[in-house]
Design a protein around this ligand. Structure first.
Ligand code: AMP
Ligand code: MG
Length: 371
């Protein structure tokens, strides 16, 4: 099929901009759209066929439930069998925004949308294009991240085109997603309430509303052989992964830098191209260290002569928000150049750092070197 690419300017949009997208969604077809977290691949949440199409387009395992997106808090009562008080308290503080809540589903939500579960994940996004699309369609929109299953999530329309062109009816291009990491997921069906996926809304922020909230054990998992299974089905799969082998180095920043230089040198010596996922603070050190002996792509001493190092600056250690915003884009850049070995810094921290590390550890398939 031919995928229509529709540019919409959030600052200057009209009902007419959404006419075709809303008609497609009401007809059970798929439309990818920007949200403040990542791009979503949307379909009518009430339509089991639309959900089946979402799974097929992404190559997503059918036991991995979709998040249902709404634009009006009154929808909660319709979509959920029970709405606990915590849901309204959290919504009051964090909606519209990057928080997803799990509750018992009402019968109107088909099991195809919830991966066979009796619960449903609901979010009210804040991105003006996402909100308007839901309103103009007049339906709750089921939407997982708009990437091919297993690949890094998409934060720009170009990423969605890379993964889904020809597989879905429309992609709305509304520029880059500001946050860059998927929503925080909280499960309100258990006591104490659990965080199933860390995101921009941190545990500290959530504790202000639900003091006894805890992480699902799987969120803190660092070892592949650890037998803890994630309660969010999607979190148990290999995810966010670049095509090359990614290794994350964990430890004191200076030692991490030394270890990355050493690991890169070894692979370059063997004749392989290497990638480095670097912070702004250390990027210059990598360039200086590598370029003593090898070309560094994009620095003037390389014309793509192999083997070379590609150093991608993901953001500043002093500003975790920049790292979150760029992470998936940078991981995709390594894929574009088919880099076989990638070495990355760790970005520890209890707040946004927890979300960044959660994605990185999975992207690396739990390959973490402690230094
Ligand atoms: P994505 O939108 O691609 O980020 O994926 C949605 C995430 O939400 C996946 O990790 C799912 O496993 C999780 N999720 C969605 N619905 C539920 C649910 N009812 N219970 C637990 N996790 C869920
Ligand atoms: Mg996803």
């Amino acid at each position: 099929m031919e995928t229509i690419i529709k540019k919409i300017d959030a600052e200057n949009m009209t009902s007419g901009d959404f006419k075709d997208a809303a008609a497609l969604l009401r007809d059970g077809k798929l439309v990818a759209f920007p949200t403040e977290t990542v791009y979503g691949l949307g379909g009518d949440a009430f339509d089991p066929t639309a959900s089946a199409r979402i799974y097929a387009a992404k190559g997503r395992p059918s036991d991995n439930p979709l998040i249902v997106h709404i634009a009006d808090i009154d929808e909660l009562k319709k979509l959920c069998r029970e709405v606990p008080d915590e849901a309204y308290l959290l919504a009051d503080k964090f909606w519209p925004g990057p928080l997803t809540m799990i509750m018992k589903k009402a019968d109107c939500i088909p099991k195809e949308t919830t991966g066979g579960l009796d619960t449903v994940a609901i979010r009210m996004p804040s991105h003006p294009i996402a909100r308007r699309l839901i309103q103009e369609t007049g339906l709750p929109i089921a939407a997982p991240s708009a990437n091919a299953s297993g690949r890094p999530s998409t934060t720009k329309a170009e990423h969605v085109i890379e993964d889904l062109n020809g597989r879905i009816e429309m992609i709305i291009d509304g520029g880059s997603s500001d946050i860059g990491l998927e929503s925080t997921i909280v499960d309100l069906t258990v006591k104490p309430v659990q965080i199933l996926r860390p995101g921009f809304i941190t545990i500290e922020m959530l504790k202000a509303v639900i003091p006894d909230i805890v992480y699902d054990k799987a969120v803190l998992k660092r070892e592949k052989n650890d037998s803890v299974v994630a309660r969010a089905p999607g979190m148990k799969y290999r995810h966010y992964a670049p095509k090359g082998e990614l290794v994350i180095f964990e430890g004191e920043p200076d030692r991490v830098m030394d270890a990355i230089l050493e690991a890169s040198g070894k692979k370059l010596e063997e004749g392989y191209v290497v990638g480095i996922l670097a912070s702004e603070e250390f990027a210059g050190d990598y360039v200086a260290g590598i370029s003593k002996k090898w070309p560094v792509l994009g620095t003037g001493n390389s014309s793509g002569r192999e083997p070379y190092a590609l150093i991608e600056v993901v953001g500043s250690r002093d500003n975790e928000e920049t790292i979150a915003a760029n992470l998936f884009d940078k991981l995709r850049d390594f894929d574009a150049k088919e880099i076989p070995y990638i070495f990355g810094e760790c970005f520890p921290g209890d707040n946004l750092g927890a979300a960044i590390m959660n994605r990185l550890v999975k992207a690396a398939g739990y390959h973490i070197e402690k230094v």
